[in-house]
Design a protein around this ligand. Structure first.
Ligand code: NAP
Length: 302
């Protein structure tokens, strides 16, 4: 549902961290021409070299302050545990009137970590484009990753409405659907829809490869559809996901508590051969899947 508007929204955009999400955003900006100039900062020489070779960022800098110089929009695209150290370095060099945003999968803790470092005259509008793959790094991004997906913005406190609208337009112009909510609500929703599914995947793959009576070779050799899907999810970037769990601790633990209660119910149903209970749940979940597919089809046909 890409809006058919045109024109520049931000003269210069700085992308800090050029992995899956940073490179996808850069490519989407190029595709939609919503900025004249993209600068980028990558931590390692290897990533900077790769990004220069690929050419989707106009100017790749070795240092943070040069990357954000004169930028109107600065987007933090690094693992959420790294945001504060970056802000400490760039805070005093942010241009007056500029907008800072981020793409972190956790929102309340990111706000907590960096809000005291936002200088007067700069707006911070936290965000999370809910789009991803199991791949990471500067070669993995593509503009279409972000199209027709949701982006959640979580403005807080006495935020500037103009800045919120500009950030909203930015994501909409690159093809995203934008929703606005409280950071805590975002974190609870994402805990159950994304963070716990990843935890389950990491755990099941770990358990399966740690069994005594089944060899590792048997696990990989006979990996059927379900387990293969789990291994795909469990191959996601270790640092990014470490930071997600450490920074969304409360919401993940709350949802994990609910999940484990329901899992114990299922365990009981299997033990007591309660087929009705299993069938009821599996029928309900099949309908949920069908509903999701239907909604996606309706959205993309609009
Ligand atoms: P990624 O592909 O692993 O890229 C992360 C980038 O951050 C890398 O380019 C890395 O630089 C850089 N970086 C790491 N630590 C840094 C530091 N201390 N200072 C500066 N740069 C640093 O990760 P990603 O998937 O793009 O994730 C980035 C952010 O997007 C995370 O906050 C994540 O929560 C969020 N997010 C991810 C997804 C997803 O599915 N992957 C979806 C939505 C949002 P080097 O390459 O130089 O090491």
């Amino acid at each position: 549902m890409t809006k058919k508007e045109s024109g520049i929204i931000f003269d210069k955009v700085a992308i800090i961290g050029i992995g899956l999400i940073g490179s996808s955003i850069a490519k989407a900006i190029k595709k939609t021409q919503i900025s004249n100039n993209i600068s980028g900062y990558a931590k390692t020489h290897k990533t900077r070299q790769k990004v220069r070779e690929l050419g989707y960022i106009d100017c790749v800098e070795n240092d943070l302050v040069s990357a954000i110089k004169d930028a109107d929009l600065i987007i933090l695209c690094v693992p959420v545990g790294s945001n504060r150290e970056i802000l400490q370095e760039i805070s005093s060099s942010l241009k007056k009137g500029s907008i800072l945003t981020d793409v972190g999968s956790v929102k309340a803790e990111v706000i907590h970590q960096i809000s005291d470092l936002i200088p007067h005259g700069v707006s911070f509008i936290p965000g999370h484009p809910i789009a991803g793959t199991e791949f990471s790094g500067p070669e993995s991004g593509f503009a279409e990753l972000l199209e027709d997906k949701w982006c959640i913005l979580t403005p807080y406190g006495d935020f500037d409405k103009n800045s919120l609208n500009k950030v909203k337009s930015f994501w909409e112009r690159i093809g995203m659907l934008v929703d606005i909510m409280e950071a805590e609500q975002h974190d609870l929703i994402l805990a159950i829809t994304s963070h716990i599914p990843h935890l389950i995947a990491y755990n099941i793959v770990g358990t399966a490869t740690d069994l005594e009576k089944v060899t590792k070779k048997q696990v990989t050799q006979y990996a059927a559809g379900g387990f293969r899907d789990f291994t795909r999810i469990a191959s996601s970037d270790p640092i990014m996901w470490r930071d997600v769990f450490l920074n969304n601790k409360e919401a993940v633990l709350e949802m994990l508590g609910r999940f484990m209660e329901d899992l114990t119910d299922l365990q009981k149903a299997i033990r007591w051969k309660d087929g009705k209970k299993l069938e009821e749940l599996f029928t309900k979940t099949r309908k949920i899947r069908q509903g999701i597919i239907k909604e996606e089809k309706e959205r993309s046909s609009k």
